[in-house]
Design a protein. Structure first.
Length: 92
């Protein structure tokens, strides 16, 4: 890990804390690093609902920076299924 911002450093620190706690106290752990989730009832200030709202209202969808930035997006039910699978595999 090579965090480049305070936010990413806090995420890396959380991972390291879980690992250290697990090793120190002999507790099994799994770290799941999810992507940006999207799905039903998501707040309209989030990217995908915001863009959908702009398009529905015939407004311009902004391009941030040079438009080449890439983000992972994961449908919320797919994320829930993955977490369920992690728990299922961890129990066996």
């Amino acid at each position: 890990m090579n965090p480049s911002s305070p936010y990413s450093a806090s995420k890396a620190a959380a991972d390291m804390l879980v690992k250290a706690y697990g090793r120190t106290f002999g507790i099994d752990y799994v770290i799941s690093r999810c992507s940006n989730n999207y799905g039903p009832n998501q707040d309209n200030e989030k990217l995908i609902p915001h863009f959908i709202d702009l398009l529905r209202n015939n407004k311009v969808v902004p391009v941030y920076g040079d438009g080449l930035n890439i983000r992972d997006r994961l449908y919320v039910q797919d994320h829930c299924d993955a977490i369920r699978e992690i728990f299922t595999q961890a129990k066996s």
